[in-house]
Design a protein around this ligand. Sequence first.
Ligand code: 5GP
Length: 205
Amino acid sequence: MKNQKGLLIVISGPSAVGKGTICKELFKKNIENLELSISVTTRNPRHGEIDGVNYYFVDKNRFQEMIDNGELLEYALVYDNYYGTPKKYVIDKINEGKDVILEIDIQGAKQVKENYDDGIFVFIMPPSFKELKNRILKRGTEAQKDIDIRMKCAFDEIQHAKYYNYIVVNDDLDKAVENIYCIIKAERCKLSRYNLDLFEFKEEL
Ligand code: 5GP
């Protein structure tokens, strides 16, 4: 009995909801066969961010070249910067039977859904709007103007949660990570993921 292709797992949610932290904690669990897609972006690295670890940081020309060459699975303009998912890495891993997590915005998720309907779409919700603002302020990486933009975007983004398959509320980090892990485990067991080759059993009769 073979589980052929890996899962394509899309995680979205408003700015500062904790998507990055959730993914980081998830990967600390060393879950077998789980990979994280590293996005390409034209935004400047934040303090402590490393090229090739957090993102591949590129200029606009290189990003445009990647679009023109069909190198991106999806891409979007988010807060004045471009972000995209390198296609080859994701497709290769899925074909190897590995599950891949894409931490991307709602525009990108929509594009993925159009092309990979069997993807798993998870939306991370803040416990409240007030708490979300606190988290953005606490992060301290955005100017006041950007905070206002991100809050407005967050409101619009939350309206799109209904297009996702799962909602995970990040009121407690450990619980949120555990819920995502449970979703992945359950999805791995879905009948539709398997090729039920009965002859494999017949030989054992
Ligand atoms: P940040 O600048 O805070 O790292 O990310 C800003 C937003 O861009 C987040 O909502 C994040 O999920 C989204 N994002 C990151 N990588 C990608 C990507 O490859 N594609 C798309 N569409 N959005 C992305």
